[in-house]
Ligand binder design. Structure first.
Ligand code: ARG
Length: 596
C-alpha cells in the first residue's frame, strides 16, 4: 500500500484510491495522462513489472493500442502522454522506449520510505479492501463413500490458500465443503453395514479403513445378486426417509467425516465441521428446482428423463449435450443438487462471487450449471460464478498417480510418508538435534513439501508427483523456502539487536539492495493475483524470487560485520524479507520454522 501524493481535495488519486499497490497506482496515473492526451476513457495503460532492469522497474504497454485507436504515431502519443504525466514523487526517470513503451524507474528515496512503512506494519502495509465482497468458496468436497485420496489434494490446498488470501484482504469468505454423501453407492455400503451388524461384527472397526470397507461392499454388490437387490432397496428406503436406514447412514457419514477431519488437521487446512454443506442438505429443495425450471418452460422430456437443452452447448452438427436434472423414475442428479446449491449461495448466503475449485474434467458440467442458473434467474446478473479448474496429479509413468501396488493413493498415507521422509532427511543433516525437534521439523517440512509442490504449479496443468523434487533443498520447493526463512531469521537473531528498536533510514545504495527493496514492495501485487485469479502459484513464484534476491543481496552486502548505520539499515531489509516470507507462506497455509 502506498500513501499517495498530496491529499489535495481535488486530486483524483488521493481522493478515490488513497491506498494501492505500485502497479495499480501507475496504471491509474498513466491512464489518466493518456486520457488527458486525447485517448478514450476506456484506454488502458497496461502497466507490468519490467522483465529486464534496463527497461526500468515497471513498463506501460498500453500506448500502442491507444495510439492505434487515435490513428496516431505511437511514439508521438507516448510523448503527448508524458507531457501530461507527473511521476516526480516516485520516479526519477520515465522514458519512451521501442515502438512506444513507457519505462518507469522508481526513486530510491521513495522505495526507502515505502520500506519503512512496510517494516512497521504487521500486515506489511496491505490494507483491507474498501468494499468487501461475500465470496463463497466451494472446495475439497470429497465423496464420503470412500477415503480422501490424492485427487482431493489439489482442491483442498489450492482452495484453502485462496480462502486465506481473500480473508486477508478483508472479504467475507464463506467456506462450503460440498461433500458427496448421497447417491446410489450408499445403498451398497448400508447393505454391507447391515450384514456386518447381523453377524455381530463391530462396524466401527470395519469402518476404520474405509477403502477396504468400500472394496468389500463392492465385491458383494458385484457378485451377490440378492445383496445387490437389497442395496437398491436401501437406496430407495434412505431417500424416502426410512428411520433405520437414516440411522445407519448417519453412523457411516459420521465416521467418514471424522477421517476427513483428521486429514484436514494433518494438512493444516482451515476447513471445519461447520463448513460442511453436504449434497444431502439440498434434498428437500430438488423438486422445487425441477418445478421452477418447468414453470419457466426450460424442461424437456427425453427418453423419460427431464432435461434442459441449451443452444450454447451444441456441437458443429447442431447436437446439444443436455443437462439431465431428473432420471426416468424420478431420481435427481449431481447437476440438480448443484442448481439448488447455486440458489442457496445466492439467496441465503448472499454471494457476490462463488468460486468452485473442482477438477478440470468437470468444466462442461459447471459451464452448463452457470448458464442455466442465469437463464433461470437463480443468480443475480452481477454475481460472478467462477469455475477454478485444476489438472491431474500424475505418476512418473504419465498416468494418474497411484501407489506402488497400483491402488489409489490414500491422502492420509501419503502425508504420513511425507513426514517420515522429511524427518529422515533433516535427521541426516542435523545429527546433534533432539528427537522431538526433529519430529516437528519433519512434520512441518513434510506437509509443506506436498502442499507447496501442488500450490507452486499453475493449477490448470497436470503435474508429476515426485518425492525427490518436492523434498529437494534446491529450486522452487518448500524445503528451499523454509530453509531460506530460517536463515534470514537466524541472521536477525545473531545480530542481538532488539528489532523493535530498529529505526532510522533504510539506505538503498548497492544494486543488490535496490533489487531487494523493489521485490519487497511487490508483495501485494503477488497476493492480489491469488485473490483475483485463484492462482497461488503466482505467490509461490514471488516468494521464491524474493528468497533468491535476498541470497544475492546477502552475498554482496555483509550485514553483521559492518558499522552500525549500515548494519541497522540492512538488518531492516533482512527483517522485511523474513516477515514477507512468513506472511506469504502463511497465506499459502504453510507453517514456518525458526531453525531447521
Ligand atoms: N464431490 C465431487 C467430486 O468428488 C466434487 C464436488 C464439487 N462441488 C460441486 N459443487 N459440485 O467429484
Amino acid at each position: 500500500m502506498i500513501l499517495v501524493c498530496c491529499f489535495n481535495e481535488r486530486c483524483i488519486y488521493c481522493l478515490k484510491v488513497p491506498l494501492v499497490n505500485i502497479q495499480t497506482l501507475l496504471n491509474q496515473r498513466i491512464q489518466a495522462a493518456m486520457v488527458a492526451a486525447g485517448a478514450s476513457d476506456t484506454a488502458q495503460a497496461l502497466v507490468r513489472q519490467s522483465a529486464k532492469i534496463q527497461f526500468g522497474d515497471y513498463q506501460a504497454n498500453g500506448i500502442m493500442g491507444a495510439a492505434k485507436a487515435l490513428k496516431m504515431n505511437p511514439r508521438d502519443f507516448a510523448q503527448a502522454t508524458l507531457e501530461k504525466l507527473d511521476l516526480s514523487d516516485l520516479a526519477d526517470k520515465v522514458e519512451i522506449a521501442g515502438p512506444g513503451f513507457i519505462n518507469i524507474f522508481l526513486k530510491n528515496v521513495w522505495l526507502s520510505k515505502e520500506l519503512v512503512q512496510l517494516r512497521t506494519s504487521e500486515r506489511l502495509d496491505v490494507n483491507p479492501v474498501d468494499a468487501p465482497e461475500t465470496v463463497v468458496v466451494d472446495y475439497s468436497a470429497p465423496n464420503l463413500a470412500k477415503e480422501m485420496h490424492v485427487g482431493h489434494l489439489r482442491s483442498t490446498v489450492i482452495g484453502d490458500a485462496v480462502v486465506r488470501t481473500l480473508e486477508f484482504f478483508g472479504h467475507h469468505v464463506v467456506r462450503q465443503n460440498h461433500v458427496g454423501d448421497w447417491g446410489t453407492q450408499f445403498g451398497m455400503l448400508l447393505a454391507y453395514m447391515a450384514r456386518l451388524r447381523a453377524e455381530n461384527a463391530k462396524i466401527s472397526m470395519a469402518l476404520s479403513d474405509l477403502e477396504t470397507f468400500y472394496r468389500a461392499a463392492k465385491t458383494c454388490f458385484d457378485e451377490d445378486e440378492a445383496f445387490a437387490a437389497r442395496a437398491r432397496e436401501l437406496v430407495v428406503a434412505l431417500q424416502s426417509g426410512d428411520e433405520e436406514c437414516l440411522a445407519l447412514w448417519d453412523e457411516f457419514i459420521e465416521i467418514s467425516m471424522a477421517h476427513c477431519e483428521e486429514t484436514y488437521k494433518m494438512l493444516g487446512v482451515s476447513l471445519e465441521r461447520q463448513h460442511v454443506m453436504p449434497e444431502s442438505a439440498y434434498n428437500d429443495d430438488l423438486q422445487n428446482v425441477i418445478n421452477e425450471l418447468k414453470d419457466q418452460g426450460l424442461l424437456q422430456e427425453s427418453n423419460g428423463a427431464q432435461c434442459v437443452f441449451m443452444e450454447e452447448f451444441a456441437n458443429k452438427e447442431g447436437e446439444i449435450t443436455p443437462i439431465i436434472v431428473q432420471k426416468t423414475g424420478g431420481g435427481f442428479l449431481y447437476a440438480t443438487t448443484d442448481l439448488a446449491a447455486v440458489r442457496f449461495r445466492q439467496h441465503t448466503l448472499n454471494a457476490n462471487r462463488v468460486l468452485y475449485f473442482v477438477d478440470a474434467r468437470q468444466s462442461l458440467h459447471f459451464q452448463q450449471i452457470f448458464t442455466l442458473s442465469r437463464k433461470a434467474g437463480f443468480v443475480k446478473p452481477e454475481t460472478q460464478l467462477e469455475h477454478m479448474p485444476f489438472g491431474t496429479v500424475m505418476g512418473s509413468d504419465g498416468k494418474p498417480f497411484k501407489t506402488r501396488s497400483g491402488g489409489v493413493a490414500k491422502l492420509s498415507s501419503l502425508l504420513e510418508e511425507a513426514q517420515e521422509r522429511a524427518y529422515q532427511l533433516v535427521a541426516s543433516k542435523n545429527p546433534e538435534m533432539g528427537e522431538e525437534e526433529l519430529r516437528n521439523i519433519g512434520r512441518v517440512v513434510g506437509i509443506a513439501s506436498v502442499k507447496y509442490a501442488d500450490l507452486s504449479k499453475n493449477r490448470t496443468s497436470d503435474y508429476v508427483f515426485n518425492w525427490d523434487t518436492m523434498l529437494s533443498f534446491e529450486g522452487n520447493t518448500a524445503p528451499y523456502l523454509l530453509y531460506a526463512y530460517s536463515r534470514v531469521a537466524s541472521i536477525v537473531k545473531r545480530s542481538e539487536i532488539d528489532v523493535a528498536s530498529l529505526t532510522g533510514e533504510i539506505a538503498i545504495e548497492e544494486p543488490q539492495e535496490r533489487a531487494l527493496a523493489v521485490k519487497l514492495c511487490q508483495f501485494e501485487e503477488a497476493i492480489q493475483q491469488v485473490a483475483n485469479d485463484g492462482m497461488p502459484h503466482f505467490l509461490c513464484a514471488y516468494l521464491y524470487d524474493l528468497a533468491g534476491t535476498f541470497m544475492t543481496f546477502y552475498e554482496a552486502c555483509p550485514i553483521l560485520n559492518t558499522e552500525d548505520e549500515v548494519k541497522h539499515s540492512r538488518l531492516q531489509l533482512a527483517l522485511n524479507t523474513a516477515s514477507t516470507l512468513k506472511l506469504g507462506l502463511s497465506l499459502l497455509g504453510i507453517e514456518t520454522l525458526e531453525r531447521m
